[in-house]
Structures are given as structure tokens and as C-alpha cells.
Ligand binder design. Structure first.
Ligand code: LLP
Length: 424
């Protein structure tokens, strides 16, 4: 699943950099991101969908270094907050290549999006139309997409499914919200409706739900043409492409998305509609496999039913096992061992029994305090979802590239955490 290479004697490297050295130099826990791997994934998307727009979903992993990699690979960008937008702008990301999302954009979000001149804003609610219009200066037209609910259930876990009717995202076709939004926007001189958007959910392994969704949306484009005489030029099919977290698991390779573009073209041709420009919004599939997290073992404790390996991180740097029951592949690195492997439960150092990083992790039987664990495929939704639970500072991000490691996000120290506490 990962970018890491494991050799004999516990040797492990990413991007030509020895992981044990990274742990020594930058401390643990630490997130390691392989720049070349991120860039290769960007290129794989562009090669698979040469006529489409590939917008990286910043929420998966975001910092200025990542923004510059995405920028130089020619991708567009999906942001969902003024904060993500600020990082993009700080890295010089061109605003016209940015799409702004969100089901409850705050006044500050909308203001930032308009002031920074983002290319498109995705309308997620009827009330947003007037709010946005009021912010657009006279003489300017803000391009918008409407997020519609395709009513398709797909995705790995209930918490990351967003395509069905019963979700907070988007406007319902069945209940008429989508139709009403299109009507209202077409009557607003300061807004320019350029297309429709949807996002089915995350960690979707098959192309079928996307094809089904594309047909539903193309039918809506045809309806809009028939009702209003306008042909919308864009169709954004969101992200959610699965990656392999553990050995043997299947992801949804970018190369398989070529079929999606073909489906859209065929369906459009069938109903006499010019094919819209497609957008896809992968987050996890760009960042996930490029990341490795390093931990150091603090204790190995034998319980009645199992042995716990406790490390110096946990649910604050990777909440995904606790939130979604996600599974990860772990390796002990840094020393040769002749002991066989055993199943261990790898836990964090937080004050909760749900703070488990992996059940039944195969690790050397002689694992001991001080050993370093490398966890693969942690590039997406780990750093971006990290918390400071138990007043724990968030780990640094170390970028590796061509045999060199460099700090791109520093470790959060106690002084950072204390600084926010301003009063007695
Ligand atoms: N586009 C939109 C509008 C989205 O809401 C999302 C993710 C994406 C694209 C990118 O989805 P991806 O390709 O990364 O699956 N925290 C969860 C994932 C939440 C995803 C939210 N939206 C997790 O750790 O699995």
C-alpha cells in the first residue's frame, strides 16, 4: 500500500531516505511525505483523464509544500474553508484554479472566497445564493456550480457516504431543491452557473457508482437545457477514489477513470448534448499512499488476553481507526530480528481504551521499548484530522525527496498549545 521500501535487517526507506534516520533527526511521532510519490499520482490522474480537470481535495492533506507540488503538477484545487484557501494563497496557488466547497460556508468563508477571486464556488443550499450574491461586487460575475444529490449509496463507511438523499450535503433532485437553485442562479446577474457537482463519498472501489452518478447528472444537464435553453459546460463528479491501506486490499486506480469519461461522452451523445468538461476531486488517492507515520514504542505490556504495544502517538495523530474502524499495515524498522512474528494490539498513549492503532498487528515477538514502527498509507486524513487531545502537540511533517529529508511543518510544542490559553 505504501511508498516505503523495506530491506533486510530492518532497513526501511522512503524517497531514498532512511526512516530510522528521520525518526532520530526529527523525533517521533512524525509524518513522512514522499514528494515524488505525490507528484507521480498527480501525473497518473492527468494521463488517465487528459481532457478533464483534476482538482486535488486539500482536506486530505494540506500545507504549503503540498500546495506547491499540486500547483506545479498542474492540478486544480478543492478547498472547503477560508483556512484551506489561505494556505493555497500563501503558496501562490492561482485562485482561478480553486473550487470552494462546503455545506455551511460561514460569512467569513464566503467573503474570503469572493475576495480571493476563487474560480468557482459550489452552491450547497438555497440560502447561500442570496448571501453570495450580496458579496459579489458590481460588475463582477462569480462562477458557481450547484451540488446535487444523485441518490446513490457508495463508500466504505456510513460516516463517509455523501451520495444518498439522507445527508446534509447538496440539494435534492427529488425534493426540488436542485431545480430551484438552478432557477434562482440563472436569474442572478452577478452569478454565472457553469455546471453541476456531486460527491458520492469516500474509499469507493468500483467505477460503477460513478458511472451511474454521471448519467443522473447528465440527465439533469439535459433537463436544464430543455427548461432554460442553456448548456452548462462543466460536470464535477467529486472524489472518493479508494486506496489500498493493507496488503491485498484494492484501490481504484486513476487509469480506470478513463472509462468514466467515455461513459459521459457516450451518454451525452445519446441524448444530443455536447459533453461537458469533467472534473474529478481526488484527495486520498493523491496523498494517502505517499505518507508514512513513525512512532517509537514506549511499553510492551502483557495482558490477560493479548499483549499491548503502546507507542508515543495514537488517536490524536490518527483518529481513523477509532472513527471508522480503519486498518493499517505496520512494520517494525531499524534492527534485524530473529524472533518470529506475533499478533500484537498497537495502542496509543491517550487516555481512552478506544485509542487503538491496530488490532492483530504482525510484529516481531521481541519488540521492545525504543523500537520504531512505520505505519503505511497515512498520507491522507491523518495530519489534516490530527487533534491536540490530552494537550499533545501535533507531529511534524517531513518531506522526503531524492534522498533528502526536510521539515515542512514543524512539531507543535507545549508553548504553541499554552499560547492559546489567555486567561485566568
Ligand atoms: N470532494 C469533496 C466535495 C469532498 O467532500 C471530498 C471529501 C473529496 C472531494 C475528496 O474525497 P477523497 O478522494 O479524499 O475520498 N475523513 C474521512 C474522509 C472524509 C472525506 C470528506 N470529503 C476519512 O478519513 O476517510
Amino acid at each position: 500500500p505504501a511508498t516505503a521500501r523495506f530491506g533486510p535487517g530492518g532497513h526501511a526507506e522512503v524517497g531514498g531516505v532512511d526512516l530510522l534516520e528521520v525518526a532520530g533527526r526529527f523525533g517521533t511521532p512524525a509524518y513522512v511525505m514522499d514528494e515524488a510519490d505525490v507528484r507521480l499520482r498527480c501525473r497518473a490522474y492527468r494521463a488517465a483523464l487528459p481532457r478533464a480537470e483534476v482538482a486535488y481535495a486539500a482536506k486530505a492533506f494540506w500545507c504549503r509544500a503540498m500546495a506547491s507540488w499540486i500547483r506545479y503538477e498542474g492540478l486544480a484545487l478543492d478547498v472547503c474553508s477560508a483556512g484551506e484557501l489561505a494556505v493555497a494563497r500563501a503558496a501562490g496557488f492561482p485562485p482561478d484554479r480553486i473550487i470552494f466547497h462546503g455545506n455551511a460556508k460561514t460569512p467569513a468563508d464566503l467573503r474570503a472566497a469572493v475576495e480571493q477571486r476563487v474560480g468557482r464556488i459550489v452552491i450547497d443550499d438555497l440560502a447561500e445564493i442570496n448571501r453570495l450574491t450580496a458579496l459579489v461586487p458590481v460588475g463582477m460575475r462569480q462562477k458557481v456550480l450547484v451540488r446535487v444529490i444523485p441518490d446513490i449509496e457508495a463508500g466504505a463507511h456510513a460516516a463517509i457516504r455523501t451520495g444518498g438523499e439522507d445527508h446534509k450535503f447538496g440539494l435534492s433532485i427529488a425534493a426540488g431543491g436542485a431545480r430551484e437553485a438552478v432557477n434562482r442562479i440563472l436569474h442572478q446577474a452577478r452569478l454565472e452557473l457553469v455546471g453541476l457537482h456531486c460527491h458520492l463519498g469516500s474509499q469507493i472501489t468500483a467505477i460503477g457508482p460513478y458511472e451511474q452518478c454521471a448519467r443522473v447528472l447528465v440527465d439533469q444537464l439535459a433537463r436544464i437545457r430543455d427548461a432554460h435553453g442553456v448548456t452548462l459546460p462543466q460536470l464535477d463528479l467529486g472524489g472518493g477514489h479508494a486506496i489500498a491501506y493493507t496488503n491485498g486490499q484494492a484501490g481504484l486506480a486513476p487509469s480506470r477513470l478513463g472509462a468514466l469519461a467515455a461513459t459521459v461522452e457516450r451518454h451525452c451523445a445519446g441524448i444530443g448534448l455536447p459533453a461537458p468538461r469533467l472534473t474529478v476531486e481526488p484527495g486520498r488517492a493523491v496523498a494517502g499512499p505517499a505518507g508514512v507515520t513513525l512512532y517509537r514504542v514506549i511499553t510492551v505490556k502483557k495482558g490477560l488476553r493479548r499483549t499491548y504495544v503502546a507507542v508515543d502517538g495514537g488517536m490524536s495523530d490518527n483518529p481513523r481507526p477509532a472513527m471508522y474502524g480503519s486498518r493499517y499495515e505496520m512494520r517494525m524498522i531499524g534492527r534485524a530480528t530473529h524472533e518470529g512474528t506475533r499478533d500484537f494490539t498497537v495502542v496509543g498513549h491517550h487516555c481512552e481504551s478506544g485509542d487503538t492503532l491496530a488490532e492483530a498487528a504482525a510484529l516481531p515477538a521481541d519488540i521492545r521499548p525504543g523500537d520504531v514502527l512505520a505505519v503505511a498509507a497515512t498520507g491522507a486524513y491523518n495530519h489534516s484530522m490530527a487533534s491536540t487531545y490530552n494537550m499533545t502537540g501535533r507531529p511534524p511533517v517531513v518531506a522526503v525527496s531524492r534522498g533528502k529529508a526536510r521539515l515542512v511543518v514543524r512539531r507543535e510544542g507545549l508553548d504553541d498549545l499554552m499560547r492559546r490559553d489567555v486567561g485566568l
